[in-house]
Ligand binder design. Structure first.
Ligand code: ADP
Length: 499
């Protein structure tokens, strides 16, 4: 086909027809005005938005159906358009005949007619009433919610998808020293937050919008007070009914005090651990180094006794005997103290799995002379394997069974060892039919050198149960006793169930 042929005319007609069809059927409103702002043509959708017919609109001035609060702004933009030819977008309200208004977003550009001919403005108009309403509703809802929360010092706020404040509660406005009107529409940067924080939160808001997942974080920046503060904040997506993120709700809490307490506690715990280790080391060295001179005292009093017994008067003999007894007792105390500090310090490495039945048999072997001497019966139920250093379990059984034998009553000693699983721990028990313990003292007996009897009644230093306690605590366990005076005692200790 020859493009220069006269058949070009019908072609241009069909183009016109197509453009008209687009104009008529468009789902966005289209309106053309002359430079006095009078409508020259409007499409169906536009008529629909403003609820007026084409006939009513044609020749009508746009300002007549614009909300009075939006007229001035819109006129300024139109004047700019005439001057510069730069298109603009504005949000404004059109009035409908029934008195209601409709929010629109209008993109306006200049259309030049024939050379020298009149110019006109073409507006592409979108109804955003619903969007506006949902944001207003959000602000309203938030305000209600916020009133309920107004007694909290936390800041609560809503931010739009672009990181601009839509709402801020009283606490936040107070911190900013701003009114809500001054804050709405402002970005974090405009509210005076430092650039590094602005960059971080803006990125986080984008992430919340994209992932629809909340974000929690802390910052020491953004303080509106002269001293350094710590804040914890959370951003939560506010979803529209179609599932998209409409806005981001935020809440910020000042955790400065909490941080300070945490900090202090952490240092205290560190300090305590250090002091404890020092003390253990000290007790160990002291008891270790005391042994040698004590042995000498003991040996020389013994020699004195051998050489001079009967050669001094009765008082002299008595003094030597007293000194010898005291030295021996001191030796026992020091030996046990050493055993205690060893229980506290030994075995840093991961313990192996130990069969408690085997350890029990070993303890019976060790205690055989005492058992036989007392004609005691020592029984056990099947025992589990536990992750513990073998010497520790040995020490536990030996101390508890040893005590059950030592603190026997007139009856034939009957001792029952058992273990029962309770959730993630084993509860071991050693029960006897001995003299029992007054429950009032049941807590004290686990202290170092704590005894309920003097050395003449029952031999001992009062360290056995302290060692037991020290051991089980290493395995995050617990030791306790249930007893009644004259009715035997049942000691319990727990160890973790190994995986
Ligand atoms: P020790 O036996 O050397 O005195 P322990 O620390 O083993 O030290 O025990 C502390 C105290 O607890 C004992 O002096 C005793 O009064 C009491 N005790 C321990 N075991 C029993 C028991 N099985 N029956 C009654 N009293 C007990």
């Amino acid at each position: 086909m020859n493009p220069n042929s006269v058949e070009g005319a019908p072609h241009s007609d069909s183009m016109q027809a197509r453009l008209k069809a687009i104009f008529d059927q468009s789902t966005v409103g289209i309106a053309e005005t002359d430079f006095f702002g009078r409508f020259t043509s409007t499409n169906g959708r536009f008529q629909n938005i403003v609820d007026r017919t084409a006939g009513e609109l044609t020749g009508m001035r746009m300002q007549e159906i614009t909300h009075s609060e939006d007229v001035a702004h819109s006129e300024i933009l139109f004047a700019e358009l005439a001057r510069t030819g730069e298109p603009f977008t504005l949000e404004k309200r059109y009035l409908r005949p029934d008195g209601s208004h409709v929010w629109v977003r209008s993109h306006v550009s200049m259309v030049r007619g024939e050379p020298g001919g009149a110019q006109s403005a073409l507006a592409i108009v979108e109804d955003i009433t619903e969007k506006k309403a949902s944001i207003e509703q959000l602000q309203r809802q938030w305000r209600t919610f916020d009133t309920a929360l107004s007694h909290t010092p936390d800041s609560t706020y809503i931010i739009d998808r672009n990181g601009r404040f839509l709402y801020a509660n009283r606490a936040l406005l107070q911190r900013w020293q701003k009114t809500l009107d001054q804050a709405v529409g402002k970005s974090f940067a405009e509210m005076g937050y430092p650039p590094s924080l602005v960059q971080k939160v803006e990125q986080q808001i984008q992430t919340v919008v994209e992932t629809r997942l909340p974000i929690r974080d802390e910052t020491s920046l953004g303080s509106f007070t002269p001293t350094e503060h710590y804040y914890e904040y959370i951003f939560v997506p506010v979803l529209a009914s179609d599932g998209t993120v409409e806005a981001v709700a935020g809440s910020t809490r000042d955790i400065t005090d909490q941080k300070a307490v945490q900090h202090a506690l952490f240092h205290q715990a560190e300090e305590l651990t250090r002091i404890n280790a020092d003390l253990e080391q000290f007790a160990y060295s002291a008891s270790h180094d005391l042994r040698e001179p004590l042995r000498m005292v003991s040996i020389f009093t013994q020699m004195l006794q051998k050489k001079y017994a009967g050669k001094l008067d009765a008082e002299g003999d008595e003094y030597i005997s007293q000194a010898f007894q005291a030295a021996r007792r001191m030796e026992m105390l020091v030996r046990d103290l050493l055993a205690y500090t060893r229980a506290a310090m030994a075995g840093e490495e991961e313990p192996e799995l130990v069969d408690a039945n085997v350890v029990f048999d070993q303890v019976l072997q060790n205690l055989r002379p005492v058992i036989q001497q007392n004609e005691a019966i020592v029984l056990r139920t099947p025992l589990p394997s536990v992750r513990i250093h073998e010497v520790h379990l040995l020490e536990l059984f030996q101390n508890l069974i040893g005590n059950a034998l030592k603190y026997r009553s007139e009856n034939v000693p009957k001792i029952q060892v058992a273990a029962e699983q309770q959730e993630d721990r084993w509860v071991f028990s050693v029960a006897d039919n001995g003299i029992g313990i007054d429950p009032a003292y049941a807590g004290q007996i686990f202290g170092i050198f704590k005894r309920l009897h003097n050395k003449d009644e029952y031999e001992g230093t009062g360290i056995g149960l302290a060692i037991c306690q020290k051991i089980v605590e290493r395995y995050a366990g617990r030791v306790w006793v249930e007893s009644e005076l004259g009715h035997g005692a049942r000691f319990f200790f727990t160890l973790p169930v190994s995986e």
